[in-house]
Design a protein around this ligand. Structure first.
Ligand code: AMP
Length: 398
């Protein structure tokens, strides 16, 4: 079956068509600036040239109709007609406490997703727009919602509750939810597979280090803790997000700089993280790495603080798991920055971790980067959220 995977943002839409049998990506692309002047669509069929063109997209329905046109184009399309798309898998950011698993989409599910809008006001409404646009154009094609939060719903209350009045949880559902769940699930399953072990029998820590970054702890076949919280702002130092801070800093900053809460939140979400620590120079880890190697003071600080925070979370999760069998690195930085893996692993001597530098410098492979015989194994496992969404979609549609 061919599965169309849709990841819809407020003004963008990423798509892939995946053949569920060969698990190959047949085509992928991106619509940008939807509803804004200068809308662009890019489209790449497997093995073909990337096409990019500017074309008006006043709304998401238009964007999806252009995606379907590209996929069925006589010359560069990968399917003859829409009946060759057996199902659509939608990435949904927040499923609240309602969704611990992916689900087939119907009117009731759409209502339940809408009820989670408060928890992800920037993302969920955009995800819903994507679903509605697809339903309009493919009314008879089954659709599945795959939630970023679902994998973390197994986290126990002692780990998901904040030390706040419990009435706030009961009233507003303020708690840890966690994100990147599809990636943590995909990578941890692959990690157990690479170790030749049963998923339920391995204690794992997954470090998803991208522009957004999070760590999760998996034991007994379940996620038991993760670093992102009610929102993706908590936890690691990220590209532009602060990660953990003393919450009193918010009030302190608002007073000192005469800022509104919204303005302080913009600093924490958009101007902090490695961008902030590098003194505003870059949120891109390639630049941080270059600056670190050149001995730049702020870039060195950004690199060291980023890696230290990752190591600190790994340590916390080793405690919560009472030991760990494997640590896996994934996402843009986790997959592509050997220096980050080295610096993080320097803190992990107490786990018996020693890196195999040759393997640590390889790219694009599922690979063990710890030396043979290490008590705790370390892996690099490129994440593939689209494939994970396609697999979930097929399992529900079949
Ligand atoms: P993601 O959010 O997973 O797409 O990851 C984006 C992050 O990965 C950005 O900070 C990029 O700078 C970083 N990244 C991508 N390629 C490399 C690379 N070759 N070396 C270091 N960082 C990289």
């Amino acid at each position: 079956m061919n599965v169309l995977v849709i990841n819809c943002g407020s003004s963008s839409l990423k798509f892939q068509v995946i053949d569920s049998v060969s698990e190959k990506c047949l085509a992928k692309g991106l619509c940008e600036r939807i509803g804004i002047e200068g809308s662009m669509i890019s489209y790449t069929p497997d093995g073909g040239e990337k096409e990019k063109k500017e074309i008006p997209m006043p709304d998401h329905t238009k964007a999806i109709s252009l995606v379907l046109e590209a996929l069925t184009n006589e010359k560069t399309g990968v399917i003859k007609d829409l009946s060759e798309i057996g199902a659509v898998g939608h990435r949904i950011v927040h499923g609240g406490e309602k969704f611990a698993n992916s689900t087939l989409i119907n009117d009731e599910v759409l209502e339940a997703i809408k009820e989670c809008n408060d928890l992800a006001p920037l993302h969920n409404p955009a995800n819903l727009i994507g679903i509605n646009a697809c339903r309009e154009l493919m009314p008879n094609t089954p659709m599945v919602a795959v939630f970023d939060t679902a994998f973390h719903q197994s986290i126990p209350a002692k780990a998901y509750m904040y030390g706040l009045p419990v009435s706030l949880y009961e009233k507003y559902k303020i708690r840890r939810y966690g994100f990147h769940g599809t990636s943590h699930s995909y990578v941890s399953h692959r990690c157990a597979e690479l170790m030749g072990k049963n998923y339920d029998d391995v204690k794992m820590i997954v470090c998803h280090l991208g522009n957004g970054a999070s760590v999760s702890a998996i034991k007994g076949g379940k996620c038991v803790d993760t670093s992102m919280g009610l929102t993706p702002l908590e936890g690691l130092i990220m590209g532009t997000r602060s990660g953990d801070i003393d919450p009193a800093i918010i009030e302190f900053l608002a007073h000192k700089e005469n800022l509104s809460i919204d303005e302080v939140m913009t600093i924490l979400n958009k101007k902090s993280g490695v961008l902030g620590l590098s003194n505003g120079v870059s949120s891109d880890f390639r630049d941080i790495e270059d600056g670190y190697r050149a001995g730049d003071k702020y870039m060195t600080l950004a690199m060291e603080a980023f890696c230290y925070r990752v190591a600190k979370y790994v340590g916390a999760y080793v405690a919560s798991l009472n030991g760990v069998d494997a640590i896996a690195f994934t996402a843009g930085i986790g997959e592509n920055a050997p220096i980050v893996r080295s610096l993080v692993c320097e803190y992990l001597g107490y786990l018996g971790v020693e890196l195999n530098e040759e393997n640590n410098n390889k790219r694009g492979l599922d690979i063990e980067i710890s030396k043979p015989g290490c008590k705790t194994k370390v892996f690099v496992i490129p994440t593939n959220e689209e494939l994970a969404i396609a697999r979930e979609t097929v399992s529900l549609v079949k």
